[in-house]
Every structure is written in C-alpha cells, then in structure tokens.
Design a protein around this ligand. Sequence first.
Ligand SMILES: CC(C)(COP(=O)(O)OP(=O)(O)OC[C@H]1O[C@@H](n2cnc3c(N)ncnc32)[C@H](O)[C@@H]1OP(=O)(O)O)[C@@H](O)C(=O)NCCC(=O)NCCS
Length: 186
Amino acid sequence: MSPLEARYRRLLACYPRDHRARHEAEMMGVLQAGARPGQTRPDLADVADLLRGAARVHALIRGLAEHQDQTWAITVSVSGLQQMLARPEITYLIAERDGQAVGYVSWLERISFWSGENYLHLDDLYVTGAERAHGVGEQLMRAAAEAAEGKVIRWEVAESNEAAQRFYTRIGATLAAKKIARWQPK
Ligand SMILES: CC(C)(COP(=O)(O)OP(=O)(O)OC[C@H]1O[C@@H](n2cnc3c(N)ncnc32)[C@H](O)[C@@H]1OP(=O)(O)O)[C@@H](O)C(=O)NCCC(=O)NCCS
C-alpha cells in the first residue's frame, strides 16, 4: 500500500462503518484518480472535505437512502451538496461517537403562510444501523428542538415506518395522516 493510500484510508475512518464496508473501494478509487503523480499526502482540500465537509454528509445521506432502498434517488453531487449546506436556511447536524459519524438530522427554516411564523421543516433523521436504540435519535431531535427556540418542527414520516412513528410519538410529537402530492410538470 502506498503512503498516500494509507493516509486516505486513515481519513476514511471518519465515515460510518457500514457505509465504509460498502463504498470504501469506490471512494478510494475517486481519491486516487484525483491525485497528482508523485503525491504522497492528501491535499488539504481533500482532508477538509473528508473530515467535516459535504463528502461526509453525502455518505450519511446515502446511508439513509440505502436503508430505504432508494439509492437511485440520490442524484446530488458532493459539490452540489456543499453549496446547499452553505445556505443560511439549511442546518445539518451530525452525531458522532469516538469521532465516527453515527447519525444526522437536517432541517430547513420555512415560513407558514397561515400564521406568518417561521417553523423548522425537518428533512431527514437517521442513525446508522448498529447505533440504533441507544438514544442517538432522541439526542438529535432534542438538539433540533433546542435550535428551534420555540418554533414548531414539522416533518413527514412514511405510513409504513411504524418504528419511527413510535419513536416520534414517544418523544412527544403528534402524527396526522396526509397524502403527499408530487407533480413533475412537462
Ligand atoms: C428512527 C431513528 C432515527 C431513531 O433513532 P434511535 O437512535 O434508534 O432512537 P432512540 O435510541 O433515541 O430511540 C429508539 C426508539 O426508536 C425505535 N426505532 C425506530 N426505528 C428503529 C430501528 N430501525 N432500530 C431500532 N430502533 C428503532 C425503537 O423502537 C425505540 O423506540 P422505543 O424506545 O419506544 O422502543 C432510527 O431508528 C433510524 O435511523 N431509523 C432508520 C431511518 C428512519 O426511519 N428515519 C426516520 C425517517 S422519518
């Protein structure tokens, strides 16, 4: 193993374990293809991106999509995600254990046309497989609640996701059924 490859592999340790098991080869391929001839250390930009940047967020989002058998729906690129995360209305919180990402919650600040008040629209909540049922999800929701500073938090949960519905009810959320309409005008 070259010194550059060994260093990249150490950096990849910040990814969730189950994601790494499936995608380490692909991620290493991308990193090595982008390396300059004779390069022995990861570029600073690579390091920043891998450790705390959009690439890490991208990996977590893919983890959730894989869990839901919806990998096909992830079409955003790492740089597209990076630009999105820079928008002030978007927040993305990562839960870590021993430096490893073990879950995330993401939300958008929106305005209600009826009340004129801002509210948080929760986009995703996800805890990686082995870390579930240890309170990480609840901690992430409590962190979102703190950031909400009294604003309402709203989100969607699939009717089939009964375990998540139980979890939300347990932390004190109320659930109401509504159909989701989607239209792709031609
Ligand atoms: C829902 C989820 C975020 C909860 O996170 P968590 O860290 O497991 O939550 P906590 O440990 O704080 O609470 C565990 C509770 O969640 C429930 N739960 C929901 N899905 C679960 C799962 N796949 N595995 C284990 N527990 C799950 C447990 O039944 C438990 O409820 P209980 O305490 O009433 O028995 C997490 O299980 C998860 O990521 N699930 C898959 C993705 C998902 O469904 N996200 C929500 C989309 S709307």
